[in-house]
Structures are given as C-alpha cells and as structure tokens.
Design a protein around this ligand. Sequence first.
Ligand code: C2E
Ligand code: CA
Length: 499
Amino acid sequence: MPHQAPPLRLALVAASLAAIALGVAFHTVWLLLIPAAAWIPDALLQHRHRRHAADATEAAHHAALAHRKADQLRIARRDTLTFLPNRRAFLEALSTQFAAGKPFAAITIDLDGFDTINANLGEAAGDEILCHLADRLRACSGRDPAARLDGDSFALILTDPADLRHPQDAARRILAALAGTTTAAGQLIDVPASLGLAIAPQHGTTPEAILRAARLPTQQSKQAGGSRVTICGADLADIILARQTSRRDMQRAIEAGQFVPYYQPIVRLPEGSIAKFEVLARWLHPTHGILLPDQFIPMADDMGLAGQISLALLRRMAAETDIWPSWCRFAINISAGQVRELISLLKTQPGDWQRRMDLSRLDVEIAECALMRDRAMARDLIDILHEHGARAVLDDFGSGTSNFFHLQDLPFDSLKIGKSFIQSLTGSPRIQACVASMLALGAGLDIDIVADGVETQQAADLLTRMGCELAQGFLYAHPMPAEDAARLLGLQVVTAEAA
Ligand code: C2E
Ligand code: CA
C-alpha cells in the first residue's frame, strides 16, 4: 500500500482518534481509514481491531437478545399447542376493547365430553382435536380476536355491530361453524361445544369480570346437556351482582337506608277486604334499580347481614306505624340464618323502634328450612314470639318434605299454602284434594290458612268454595311502597323517615 503524504496522514490520525474518543460509528470511520493507515503504528492498529471485533460481537449479542425477548413475548401470548393467542393475550384484547369504549360481546366455548375423549383415545388424540377446533375458530372469527384460554376452553370477542344486535344468532352461527366431526387417532369423532355469551359493559366492566360473566352461562350450557348457547341473562346477572357486591357495599347500603319494606295485602275471601300485609324487602339499588329479595337475601344470609336488613325494615315499619289503622297486622319474613338473631333481639332490652312498634301486630313467617336446621331453636322463637303477643306462620306450607312432622309439636298460629299448589289448583283435581286436606288440617288445628299466589278469579272462586278464608296474590295487588299500601286503605299518607 503506498505511503500517504504527512499532512494527510496527520489528518487521518486526528480524525481516527476523534472518532475513538467520541465512540461514534467507530467501525465505519475505521473501515474508511484502513486503506490509508499502513503507516499507523502497529499497537494502535491492534487496539482498534480488538475494539471493532468486540463492538461487532456486542451488537450481535444485543440483536440476539432483543430477538429472543420478542420471541419470548410472542410465546408468552401464544398457546404453544394451537398457536392461538392465550389467556393473557385475550385479557389484553379485552382491555383494548374496553379502552375503545364501544360495546362488544365476549364468548367462551367449552368442548363437551373432552375429558372422556382424552381418557379413551389418549392425549395425542385430544391435542389433535384441540388443533382442529382452533382452526375452525380461526376461520369463523375473521378479524375478531379468538384465543385458547386453557384445556378445552376457548374464547372469542365479537365487535361487529350486526352481531351485537343479535348476539344469540351470532353465537349460534359460531356454534354451527365449530360443529361437525373431526378425525383424531384415525377415528371420526364428534365433539360438540357449549357456548356462553356476555355483553360489555352491561355484564362486566373489567376484562376479568366480562370473562367470568361469559364463563357462567357456558357452564349452564354444559349442565343443560351441551351443544347450546346461553346468554348471560337476568339470573346470571344476579350471580354477577352477588360477586361484585362486597360485605362492605351491602353494609353501606343498609346504613344508607337502601333496604325498604314493600307491602302486599292479604285479603279476606270472598269480598277481598284487606286483613293484613306481608312485608317484603326491596333493595333500592342506586345503579341496578329495585332489586327483589331473591337477588340479595341469599347473599345477605351468606354475609351474615340478613338480620341487619330485617332490622332496617322493622325500624322503617316502626317509623311508619302511626299511619296504619290499629287493626292492621304485618307479616315479616325471616330466613333460617336469622332465627337465632331474632330470638336475641326479642330477649334484649327493647330499642327505640320496639317501643314504638306494637309487637302484638306482628306475624313472623318462618320458612320450613329454618325448622329443619334447628327445631329446638324454632320452638324457642315461637315461644318468645307468643310472649310478645306476636304470631308464628309456617311459610310455603306443602312445598317441603316433612310439614306434618313440624306441626305435631310446633304451635304455629297460621299456615301459608305454597304458591306452587295454588297456581295449578284449577287444572288439577289431585292438587285440589291436597289443598282441601290442608284446609281441613287448619280447621282441625284451629289455625288460619292463607292461600298464597292467587292470580286468577277462578282460583279465588274455587278457594272460596273450598272454605279458604284468606288469600294473597297478584289478583289483588302486587307488593308496593308504604304510601301506595296506605292509599289502598283510603288513608292520607305522609312518608315517614326511618327512626
Ligand atoms: P314468600 O315468602 O313466598 O313471599 C311472597 C313472594 O311471592 C313475593 O315475592 C311476592 O311478590 C310473590 N307473590 C305474591 N303473590 C304472587 C302471585 O300471585 N304470583 C306470583 N308468581 N308471585 C307472587 P318477593 O317479594 O320477590 O319475595 C320472595 C321471597 O323472598 C319471599 O317469598 C320471602 O321468602 C323472601 N323475603 C322477602 N322479604 C324478605 C325479608 O325481609 N327477609 C327475608 N329473610 N326474606 C324475605
Ligand atoms: Ca312469606
């Protein structure tokens, strides 16, 4: 290589050293300089060679690391068997949907009888089936994200507004697309699926909540025999409500006076004049509207708060006591878990509400399950009610298994014939025979019998002919707030605040 002129050599050495000092594109500069650097001392050349080699290795190393990291992230979001996005990726996709702020539906899919296939044909055959199903899901989901959640459980998001207008049809279309025989382990196999669907934001406002809301109906589909679609409906929405409500929320709702008594008249037959009212709890929920007892009493029971709800109702009734005529009685309901609480409430010093309320105007309707749980305690409750002049009613009589047994030594003052008997009364001579025997039992024990769930005039007429004197049901009135109930009695009402 020819020797360079000294000024040029000097300039090259200076440029080279500056690039080294700055650490900027060292190898680029060095590559430019190499042809002209024959004169540069050997030590400096060797140093530069080593740096260049080290830099190249480091760059390659970084590139490999970044590549591996990207691979790992991809793998962390992919199911390794079907290569569908996995649960984590699906939750992220749900998050993205929520962030977009538009309604969407989440569908979860479980294969019916997959465990049996795995057990009979082996896991390899099971894997084959899962891969076939994943292919079908990919084909029918189009641009909407589909995923394998775990085991034989898959999921899908629906975003198309047309699908959301008719979600049941969309889910059925998917079910049909997934159906059909597949080949695994050399055999033709039919693997039906169960689908559940939930709509955001109605049924859940977080990725986890909407996924749970879709999985519940999937289980229902499965339990109902499989190969079907279930949409998150009123009952399931209740379950979700239960899961979203903490003890603290319910406690706050009680303190805020959101639990109020509704009144349903119990009338005398045949004229229909009001004899008393059954008091039924309602939760005036700030976002879910007026909730019925079946939607919150079981949950309150589990949380140990049903007693506090009853107390809140009794306080409210005590505050309203002045508006009712003195002959008017009220029947409250208690669940099995509340018997002990009511006993201790009645045994302690009377509170302000108890002094205001005349307990001798109170009926307590006790469900049969409360007796089954602890007969001795039920007996205690009836005794203490009698000490206060209150009355005990056996609720939903006839619907359980051992009512006669309870009647032999528990001194109930009244029996309520369960709705299931009354609603089928007119069409069934056998039920008429059962109701006639319950009425005879009431006469024999000299206690009141109330027919619950009277919805038609025919049923009321038949009950009258059979000698029934008291009835309750939608034929006469639905449960209503205190003001409406008082208006039924022709009373002028000023709404009272809870004491
Ligand atoms: P239940 O004791 O059998 O109460 C009567 C229920 O039947 C009420 O439902 C009422 O609205 C309904 N009903 C009345 N007439 C008819 C009719 O003609 N047809 C039909 N299909 N239904 C009729 P609600 O208010 O939803 O109460 C359900 C249950 O919740 C009650 O059943 C009672 O066991 C329980 N419950 C209500 N309030 C309370 C409470 O404060 N504490 C406790 N522990 N349980 C309560
Ligand atoms: Ca009742």
